[in-house]
Design a protein around this ligand. Structure first.
Ligand code: SF4
Length: 369
């Protein structure tokens, strides 16, 4: 069914102004952290030999001429990880040289945070955006979580605050609230349960309520509403990357080659999803490609994910209407290296707020088990 209502900042005249959108801070390195000296970043025969197995992983997506510019930094990062007892988590939207060459764990934001709980590292370097680093901190409170560029935000997470959730609760008393994981810890602390794009319908139905407030992504809300009888009240947030795709763009691909397969992320607008052969989360899309091995594929999500899949499955030809996430692209090999050298920027969350936010995430995780 269509969504039952959609609300945004303009619908609340008494909405507080100038509030923060994030509960956590990235802070300079602690006084006790010892910065390490910058290692040599020269391209030498030794570096070439040591990084050759890594180049094998990305040779279908990174031209040989670019490798000597990246390999010395990749080698330095991998050595520093051992020296610092650190793990690097990389979201599927990170560039292939990060995802395939320095990450210890790759995946969607929740997979990353959960997998990080299983490793014995002291430090997590989050290659992704700020809300992902917060989620990692929530689930790994005993570890130091670093983000190489604290400015790496997200249009979805920035669309709503904890105060907005409280206003929605006042407007719809007793209606449970579900937050997509693409929200700040401050917002997670105000809701009943979190969800991912993989389990959103399951989470909504688990509440056994006739109506649910689902935030902040209006398009994911509309996708969920199309799959359930629960009345969905939505928020006006959107992912600035996925909302730029259009159904017309997809029809042009299909007209040019009717055999092409199109898969799309549910953060896309409904006219895009109507044209897709399959709709699913980043993890579901990757599994779909691994299982089906289509000859030609249009992957409607952030560009780098298509590169990362192509590095693994070079027989799949990717036709890419390419939308890059500017926030994800703030993370580079250079600032990952810097982060490991200086132990900056550390992500910290107020402990009381963290406890409430963690509960919302853990309720969802317990539902999955
Ligand atoms: S791709 Fe969209 S949802 Fe993901 S971080 Fe970028 S703006 Fe946020």
């Amino acid at each position: 069914m269509p969504i039952a209502g959609i609300y945004g900042p303009d619908d609340f005249a008494d909405r507080p102004q100038g509030q923060t959108i994030s509960s956590s801070r990235a802070v300079p390195p602690a006084r006790t952290a010892q910065p390490l000296p910058m290692p040599s970043l020269e391209w030498t025969p030794e570096v070439e030999q040591a990084t050759a197995p890594l180049y094998e992983r990305v040779r279908h997506v990174i031209p040989p001429v670019e490798w000597p510019l990246m390999a010395p930094t990749i080698r330095a990062i991998n050595e520093l990880k051992r020296a610092r007892n650190a793990v690097v988590l990389a979201h599927n939207y990170q560039a292939p040289e990060i995802f395939h060459c320095v990450a210890d764990i790759g995946g969607d934001s929740l997979q990353l945070a959960i997998e990080a709980t299983k490793v014995k590292a002291d430090i997590i370097v989050q290659c992704g955006v700020h809300f992902m680093a917060e989620t990692s901190k929530l689930l790994n409170s005993d570890k130091t979580v670093l983000i190489p560029d604290a400015r790496a935000g997200c249009s979805l997470a920035a669309s709503i605050t904890g105060a907005d959730v409280r206003l929605l609760r006042e407007k719809f008393p007793g209606v449970p609230v579900v937050a997509y994981v693409n929200t700040s810890a401050e917002v997670k602390a105000e809701v009943d349960i979190c969800c991912t794009s993989s389990n959103a319908v399951q989470v909504v139905e688990s509440l056994n309520a006739p109506s649910v407030i689902f935030l902040p992504d209006r398009y994911l809300a509309s996708y969920v509403a199309s799959k359930t009888d629960v009345k969905i009240i939505a928020w006006k947030g959107a992912c600035e990357v996925h909302e730029r795709f259009t159904g017309e763009e997809l029809r042009a691909f299909r007209d040019a080659d009717p055999s092409v397969q199109i898969i799309a992320h549910p953060e896309c607008p409904p006219d895009v999803l109507a044209e897709a052969d399959f709709t699913g989360s980043t993890a579901h899309m990757i599994n779909w490609v691994r299982e089906r091995r289509p000859r030609r594929l249009v992957m409607i999500t952030e560009c780098s994910m298509a590169d990362n899949v192509r590095a693994e499955l070079p027989d799949v030809e990717m036709l890419r209407p390419c939308n890059l996430c500017p926030h994800m692209k703030r993370i580079t090999l250079a600032n990952i290296l810097q982060s490991l050298l200086t132990l900056g920027e550390e992500v910290t969350i107020d402990p009381v707020l963290a406890e409430r936010a963690r509960r919302s995430v853990e309720r969802m995780i317990n539902l999955r088990n």
